[in-house]
Design a binder for this molecule. Sequence first.
Ligand code: RB5
Length: 146
Amino acid sequence: MKVGIGSDHAGFELKQAIKIYLEGSMKIEVVDYGTDSKESVDYPEYGFKVANAVAENEVDRGIVVCGTGIGISMAANKVKGVRAALCYDPYTAIMARKHNDANVLAIGARTSQLENALAIVGLFMKTDYEGGRHQKRVDMINNYPS
Ligand code: RB5
């Protein structure tokens, strides 16, 4: 499993913490697509970078972080093949994987405490897609012309 991560300035510190958690505790390889500081940048750039890496199979999954997680998830979802889910608690992280086969996790750095954010990351990584009746719906998303 290889995970691509990216954030804007608002998500930078949480992105760094997520990177340490993935590499240290979860033993997951991480590719960091930036940003590299708290200097102001535009979140779509980093949402697109991570989403393109997922769509092109450079990485297996992505994690994107901005202030709320909203803008960067909107950007990631513009990339065909990407199903980005903005998760804010353990339940949404589990369901994003089980029912939606989400391949990108979006988190809000200004809306999630560190412990909650890392729990979301852990569950997103560990939870398998259920398939079955959900596949038709995921296919409808995948096949929408864009
Ligand atoms: C940056 O101030 C903020 O707008 C951005 O991080 C994000 O929350 C947008 O959705």
